[in-house]
Design a protein. Structure first.
Lengths: 259, 259
């Protein structure tokens, strides 16, 4: 019986698309794979070229994220659909995999609730009305299921449709977790530009090979926190394991998280 | 019985996406519609912002077109998938139509033969080896058919996969014609930024309301020639009529071409 897995390819600098495509193609010949990708480095690159200023916002709890006004959302769509998704579909087709690229807007694949984004500015907390980020609430499983199978891979750009039919930027790690739950995946594999979870963030040799969700939450810092949140969403809903590792290098160098 | 039609929305300046989406949504509630779009104005805009020089080439027969090296192909993908396709899918979803956006690479929807592009430079004809344009030879009808139906519209970006699995830029009008033939469409509607075919190119009042393919070929100049070539491909393969008109304005102002 084929395994089912969701593979998330990070959009940060240092994530090698060819390495991701090699890995996806190797497993997708026999297993059932969905690829979800990010687009953050390309968003930065395009925003700079197009002269769209990028702003970081800090939430009241101290979490720092990208301010996504409508112009930035449109840049994100260019990066996610026009660069990352396009390249992954082409690279998978070149490796003999029949990839289908979609954003979550298509066929209402991902429907999301718009976030109430609060930002701290000059010591005051304000609600940002024109922020286009959301949290996925529903996955169109019948549509996705049509595209999954040995040798076939849906490639999903993390854009969703809001309940008001506006396009929203949604977190790629959490989209991957939601899809893993929806398709009843055995595993969620998060490919990033670091080898996994470190016990000591300054010591690459302190990689944690296997851990529990509880321990992972105490070890995660910065952007890794979002990945562990995604891991929690997947594991609590029945996905057996979440693996975090680099897209390149030894596949045995990784962190496996189990509930 | 629902009608079947392919609607092609031009990518030139002056084609109003909201007007296109209004028109598509109005007919797609009862009829079976495929939307194909261009991306030329967005390609120019992004190429300029990203500093990718654009070159026009003249064929030995005098036809002028965009030089599509790999960098320009990638800009075209950003424009077609990341801007035009994204906006059309969002606008159709906002109008209650369940749009699914795809490029021709996805699911090998469009397979094309790479063109031997010959260009005249300083009086000499040369073969451009790194030109990524093609002519569609096959449409994946089973995939497309899954996405067509009342209230559902596939939105197709004119990129295809070559027989060597490279991405190619393909002409949107001719893609629309090939898809019209593949789905056995009743009509092909080409929405552009001019009201139709003019008997005298300098006299807007000389619009030809109805004509034959033969007459249309004698009247077409410049970019209109490609549309008439697409019309020929559609009509010769059994599509009943090809309509060329502006996306905005009175729908009765148009040119209807029949075999």
């Amino acid at each position: 019986m084929p395994l089912r897995a969701v593979i998330k390819a990070g959009g940060s600098k240092g994530v090698d698309r060819d390495a991701v495509a090699d890995l996806v193609a190797a497993v997708a010949r026999q297993d059932e794979i969905v690829l979800v990708h990010g687009a953050s480095a390309e968003t930065d690159r395009i925003a700079e070229a197009m002269g769209v200023p990028q702003e970081q916002i800090a939430s009241p709890s101290g979490h720092v994220s990208r301010r996504t006004d409508r112009r930035t959302l449109e840049v994100f769509a260019m990066a996610a659909l026009g660069v990352e998704n396009f390249h992954y579909v082409e690279k998978l087709q070149q490796r003999g995999i029949d990839a289908v690229g979609l954003s979550g807007l298509s066929g209402r694949l991902l429907v999301a609730k718009k976030k109430d984004v609060r930002a701290v500015k000059n010591g005051k907390t304000i609600l940002l009305r024109d922020d286009y980020t959301g949290t996925v609430e529903a996955v169109n499983l019948p549509l996705l299921a049509q595209l999954i199978g040995p040798g076939r891979v849906p490639v999903i750009a993390p854009l969703a449709l809001s309940t008001d039919n506006e396009a929203l930027n949604v977190d790629g790690d959490r989209v991957a977790a939601r899809i893993a739950v929806a398709i009843d995946a055995d595993a969620l594999l998060i490919l990033t530009n670091v080898p996994g979870l470190l016990r000591d963030i300054d010591d690459p040799s302190s990689l944690v090979a296997e851990t529990t969700l509880e321990e992972a939450e105490t070890l995660a810092h910065g952007r890794m926190k979002k990945k562990i949140l995604a891991a929690r969403e997947a594991l609590e809903a029945g996905v057996e394991e979440v693996v975090i590792r680099s897209a390149t290098g030894d596949p045995a160098v990784r962190t496996v998280i189990r509930a």
